[in-house]
Design a protein around this ligand. Structure first.
Ligand SMILES: [Zn+2]
Length: 272
């Protein structure tokens, strides 16, 4: 990923998506906000116990750094579901300044409306941003192990295809910083649920370092699901940045032992 900085706020950008001049996208870091303690400094989640006023100030800082109006952001109340929302013009700004108006029970969002920044919040789960430059459709997805088992990422691609007539082979995807196969340890119950939900553990679950523990490879799982849905491997960019290894730069719920802020990944179609 490439890094940009404005007034102390550091944002990261996928190399492939950066080549398209008619979209804006970013993954935020911890750098350049107002929050303190476990939320230092650019916590973007209202729901984690931080001061709401500071979160609002942080979101304004993010908006300034990304060059996107704060009232163009759309957030969802993420629930580790398989639910995908088609966001129309009325969805612009939902959840931007308060949680109350965020899209309910949603983990994937798609739109073809310009000047709506689809935004997901994460701190270990995988943020996925997608773009179809042919039909001009964007998507943002929040995919942790639960969402992966519910096929939230393929469901989002299918929504792009069914609702907007996209072709999978035209879609580009970026997998942002998240808990990597170096760190993401799970127990027997997750292994069992994975087998029941996906029918195979291949490329997803491997033995962990400690007895009774396993590694859940979120990056490979999402990549395989995208390729099964028809995306070209060359169109999939995996950041390869583990947020737990790099918890100074990206919030990690696991590194913070359950208390941490959230960083965001967002994508917006610009006016042509
Ligand atoms: Zn790691």
């Amino acid at each position: 990923m490439n890094k940009s900085e404005r007034k102390g706020t550091e944002l990261y950008h996928f190399e492939q998506l950066s080549a398209f001049s008619d979209i804006r996208h970013f993954v935020s870091s911890r750098k350049g906000g107002f929050s303190e303690g476990p939320f230092a400094r650019l916590n973007l989640g209202f729901h984690v116990g931080d001061s709401s006023f500071k979160v609002l100030q942080n979101r304004q800082k993010l908006a300034d750094a990304a060059g996107i109006d704060l009232f163009w952001f759309t957030f969802a109340n993420q629930t580790h579901s398989g639910n995908v929302a088609v966001v129309d013009a009325a969805g612009r700004g939902k959840g931007a300044t308060e949680n109350r108006t965020a899209l309910e029970n949603t983990d994937g969002m798609v739109t073809n409306v310009e000047r709506i920044c689809l935004c997901v919040l994460v701190a270990d789960c995988v943020p996925v941003l997608m773009y179809d430059p042919v039909e001009r459709v964007i998507a943002a997805v929040h995919a942790g192990w639960r969402g992966i088992l519910k096929r939230i990422v393929p469901a989002t691609v299918e929504k792009m295809i069914q609702h907007y007539g996209c072709r999978a082979e035209n879609i580009y995807a970026g997998l942002g910083p998240s808990n990597g196969p170096c760190c993401y340890e799970v127990e027997e119950d997750v292994k069992r649920e994975t087998l029941i939900s996906l029918g195979s553990l291949n490329g997803i679950i491997t033995p962990g370092k400690n007895p009774g523990k396993f590694i859940f490879d979120q990056w490979n799982a999402v990549k395989m699901q995208l390729m099964d849905t028809g995306l070209k491997e060359s169109h999939i960019e995996v950041s390869g940045i583990c947020n737990q290894c790099h918890h100074e730069t990206f919030f990690s719920n696991r590194a913070g032992q359950g208390e941490s802020g959230r960083y965001a990944a967002g994508i917006m179609l610009c006016k042509r």
